[in-house]
Design a binder for this molecule. Structure first.
Ligand code: ASP
Length: 653
């Protein structure tokens, strides 16, 4: 009956580019087609319509149909465009006396009112077809109409909605959801999750298990939300992930677990994070790192939308050390080059003072990145602001060097670089005509991390000038492996904390170092990175209670009593096991090209963790707090408290 079920299922949408652009209802063609579709879903079963608006074509000519939808707009009281989730269709408003009541309903109902119309599918008169509309060859000759609900109040026009501020969109989220972009995002998300479920459960025998959201505090890791209980002084915690439960399911012999899991982290205001978010959470028994990696590659490939280029597997892999050295970050964007290069050897005998100083220190290095055509695209003020922010924010000096560029802004080092050094730099950094080299010196990690940030800033600047560095159609997956098991704590670098979480197993070849130089132990932790964002992470777990106890108590100085149930379980015949969690919101955000993860979540929280529609969190009268034995201690200066939570680039700030 239908040529392509999803072009029928969803209204036509445009192919997303790197940034979300407003989609025009029914005018563009983008079908949500996922791999290996098998069934055509029945979209009009059980309901008061025979068809959806967006599915009607010339093949329906002469059919009597009943449609339900929203009035998108009306033209001269002659035509009305009706919209449902599947698209738009033109309805001809009858003009003859005998249909006066139908005309009255269709002409008087305000825009966005909900109506039901019945009529015949007819051809549009020659010359009046609209090739931009998938239903543009036909229209509906209405016989009867019913007003199902009049739209009395509309704070803005739906078609303009994407132009409104995000705060307003969040306040009227139920209207924002009517936009074609939000519908596309949520429907694609639903379909991908369905494919993931199919791949995991039907093809690979995973069991979907729900784990509790009322739990207790887990040591280490992210801050958890607390939930009061009726027992004085006792609180639940919302789990930051089902980590303990998924391991316990392995001890329980479930063998392969999966869950679309809601996780909660009370990390305060952080851009593009949500206090509640969703993970595709996975755990397997008797598996090693390569087993998990192959599973995930298959999962991504199987659930990948067909309107994107197919995903190529296996994904490339990079060690943590290499990622930091070449990209200055553990989540490198490998869609473009501009890698960090160590040029310390070029400057062993330099006259330049700050390079000399840096190299005389034990961890001292000189590092550089080469910005392709930087002399052409970066303005003098761009370089100045890069230098200033490096000095202010990172206490680091950055110098631009123009080796082959015709333009040279009298770089101070330029003059001090000897000819031989210049030639070596050109060779090491593969400098071409009009490139700019950014050079910094200092302690290895600091220098790399700074250049890693500048690499991304310069990419933005080049792209603002029109250079295409990061092709929006390109999805560059990368495994980052061989992380250290522990990292020095930020607030007290003498103490160690887990780089992933305390249940991660050490690398088999480094176990002996645990007892002597724990900071040198690598772990069996792996992260999945997509286009420079971490979209997943996991590890092979410790299944030996003694080792787990040693790491918790001796290295991490945690209270093992909090985890006695887990330690006991490990002692009861826990199989070797490992797992991973994929961040579904971020993955969907990257796939749809949405500007924020809020655009792929139906009802997200604002930057400050508020639901702008309902105003949650809300206050509770003191008497309702009594059963929980808690009292509010009000801040002395609520205004100061409020402004400390604000952020300049977000609604609500
Ligand atoms: N629970 C971990 C996380 O949320 C993922 C894992 O190790 O499987 O990051």
């Amino acid at each position: 009956m239908f040529s392509c079920w999803l072009s029928r299922l969803y209204w036509a949408l445009s192919k997303p580019t790197g940034r979300t652009k407003p989609l025009i209802w029914g005018s563009l063609s983008r079908s949500l087609v996922l791999s290996s579709q098998r069934r055509i879903p029945e979209l009009s079963s059980f309901v008061a319509r025979t068809n959806t608006c967006g599915e009607l074509r010339s093949s329906h000519l002469g059919q009597e149909v009943t449609l339900c939808g929203w009035i998108q707009y009306r033209r001269q009281n002659i035509f009305l465009v009706l919209r449902d989730f599947n698209g738009l269709v033109q309805v001809v408003i009858p003009q003859d006396e005998s249909a006066a009541s139908v005309k009255k309903i269709l002409c008087e109902a305000p825009v966005e009112s909900v109506v039901q119309v019945s009529g015949i599918v007819i051809s549009r008169p020659p010359g009046q077809e609209n090739p931009k509309m998938p239903t543009g060859e036909i229209e509906i000759k209405v016989k009867t109409a019913k007003l199902l609900n009049s739209c009395k109040k509309l704070p803005f026009e739906i078609k303009d909605f994407l132009k409104k501020t995000e705060a307003l969109r969040l306040q009227y989220r139920y209207l924002d959801l009517r936009s074609s972009q939000m519908q596309y995002n949520l429907r694609l998300r639903s379909q991908m999750v369905m494919k993931m479920r199919e791949y995991l459960c039907n093809l690979h025998g995973f069991v979907d298990v729900e784990t509790p959201t009322l739990f207790k505090r887990t040591p280490g890791g992210a801050k958890e939300f607390v939930i009061p209980s009726r027992e004085p002084g006792k609180f639940y915690s919302l789990p930051q992930s089902p980590q303990q439960f998924k391991q316990l399911l392995m001890v329980g012999g479930l063998d392969r677990y999966f869950q679309v899991a809601r996780c909660y982290r009370d990390e305060g205001s952080r851009p593009d994070r949500q206090p509640e978010f969703t993970q595709i959470d996975i755990e397997m028994s008797f598996v090693d790192q390569t087993g998990i990696q192959s599973l995930i590659e298959g999962l991504v490939q199987y659930s990948w939308p067909n309107d994107k280029d197919p995903v190529v597997v296996p994904f490339p892999s990079m060690t943590f050390a290499e990622a930091l050295a070449s990209y200055g970050t553990d989540k490198p964007d490998t869609r473009f080059g501009m890698k960090i290069v160590d040029i310390s050897d070029v400057f062993r005998n330099t006259e330049v003072r700050f390079l000399q100083d840096a190299l005389s220190k034990p961890q001292g290095t000189v590092k550089a990145i080469c910005i392709p055509e930087g002399a052409k695209y970066l303005k003098r003020k761009d370089i100045e602001s890069i230098r200033k922010s490096a000095a202010d924010r990172f206490k680091q000096e950055v110098l631009p060097v123009f080796l082959k560029a015709s333009r040279n802004w009298n770089s101070p080092v330029g003059k001090l670089i000897m000819e031989e050094q210049g030639l070596q730099l050109i060779r090491l950094l593969e400098v071409q005509e009009e490139d700019v080299v950014l050079l910094t010196a200092g302690e290895r990690e600091k220098a790399c991390s700074l250049l890693g940030k500048l690499r991304l800033e310069c990419a933005d600047l080049l792209e603002a000038g029109g250079v295409v560095l990061r092709d929006p159609a390109l999805f560059s997956f990368l495994w980052v492996v061989d992380f250290p098991l522990f990292l020095p704590k930020e607030e007290n670098p003498k103490e160690l904390e887990s780089a992933h979480h305390p249940f991660t197993a050490p690398h088999p070849s480094d176990v002996h170092l645990l007892y002597t130089e724990p900071q040198k132990v690598r772990s069996q932790h792996y992260d999945l990175v997509l286009n420079g964002s971490e979209i997943g992470g996991g590890s092979i777990r410790i299944h030996d209670a003694e080792l787990q106890r040693y790491i918790l108590a001796t290295i991490l100085k945690e209270d093992v009593k909090l985890l006695s149930h887990l330690l006991q379980a490990l002692d009861c015949g826990a199989p070797p096991h490992g797992g991973i969690a994929l961040g579904l919101d971020r993955l969907m955000c990257l796939i749809t090209g949405a500007p924020s993860i809020r655009d792929v979540i139906a009802f997200p929280k604002s930057f400050r963790g508020h639901d702008l529609m309902s105003n949650a969190p809300d206050s509770i009268p003191p008497e309702e707090l009594k059963p929980y034995h808690i009292q509010v201690s009000w801040p002395t200066d609520p205004e100061a408290e409020k402004s400390s939570l604000n952020h300049p680039c977000h609604p609500e700030s």
